[in-house]
Design a protein around this ligand. Sequence first.
Ligand code: UDP
Length: 236
Amino acid sequence: MQKTTQLYEGKAKKVYATEDPEYCIVSYKDDATAFNGLKKGSIAGKGAINNRVTNFLMKLLEKNGIPTHYVEELNDRETVVRRVKIVPLEVIVRNIAAGSLAKRLGVEEGTKLHSTVLEYCYKDDALGDPMVNEYHILAMQWATKEELDKIASYALKINKVLSDYLKAVNIELIDFKLEFGKTSDGTIVLADEISPDTCRFWDSVTKEKLDKDRFRRDLGGVEDAYHEILKRLLGE
Ligand code: UDP
């Protein structure tokens, strides 16, 4: 499949149209941003790692009954995906308090949550992706009740599949962000990426951070952390 025109350029990826209106090609960049674009930088090799990690995890989820937009990896940085209309929500799943939740609730980062927490943010950079609840989502018609129920149940199943898989390679899944899309026939599928940019991964034993927090918080060893995730998941 060939790229035709560029449809969109985001902070970490470019999306191209193809000859077939049902498919597009995603190209992952090394660019990194944090704090709604306020902090900018680049992480060498990140695009290729996020492409490969995302595709590996999407395939794992497909095997476990979660429909995704994944079609075919073309090369290091590029993947063919189903063309979808993105539901304008960031779906956040949390197992351990960290980041904005730790701040909001005034608990120490690393505090175990006694049950999984699901949050939604409205995807709008100009508004800073505000947190919203089910009532806002239905009132604004960002998704129907049926779509939202499906999204929530997929998100919890994804959490279970990923947490179990990662535990076996000594990674604790602290929290992560998902995005869903709708295909031309209205099917809800998992879209976007699942990578160290969008998940918090801690080493199960040492609790070392192996994700984008190393960039956000200037902890050093950013590239090494991304490589470590690739190595633990794909063995390279
Ligand atoms: N996250 C993301 N994109 C965003 C906001 C959050 O991928 O625009 C991920 C983030 O990597 C973390 C989880 O969602 O794994 C929860 O993030 P949080 O709300 O704690 O915000 P942060 O502290 O990252 O600003």
